[in-house]
Design a protein around this ligand. Sequence first.
Ligand code: NI
Length: 208
Amino acid sequence: SCITGATNTHRVTERQPPRDHPARIAPMPPLAKGFFARISPSMALLKIARMGHPVLLGTAAPVARPDAPELRRLVADMRETLADAGGIGLAAPQVHQPIRLFLWRDGEAVRALFNPVIEPLGEDRALAWEGCLSIPGLRGLVERPARVRWSGLDEEGAPVAGEAEGIAARVLQHENDHLDGVFYLSRMPDLGRLGFTEELARAMESHA
Ligand code: NI
């Protein structure tokens, strides 16, 4: 308060730190833009478990309180990790947390879903290429229900539900499978349609 107490000049002078005091050393130069963002604890990139790690094989546990501080932190870290990896979905077991939570890209938004329930809508099935951050470098042709109804809890612990089709339906099912230790490989009707992304891209180019 003596610093802001400009009405009491004498006291301010009296309280000046001595010459060798740390407060008299020249102020720090301005920090580079984004410095605090980079060191912020909410920006941590998490290590992604790869196929073969046992954390990817178990049945994940339901979450009682999605809005608990450590889970908010986890969701923030998973968002950063997903953005950094350039993926469209990420399940908690993939970042070594065996709980029923995944993130999925819904248009522009990346949503978190706790304790999800995914149910097929109708009989239509769709075949499309999938990849997985835990199986880097590979793609496989996977068959799944074309439309689903999804429900669960959001980051605030509020019940949420909706219907999805196309890529969103596929991501929801792929991520939900991770909570039960299932890889997309198990959903492939023909393992011959598994390949390295580079080779598949080359083959598609030559067929174009
Ligand atoms: Ni995956």
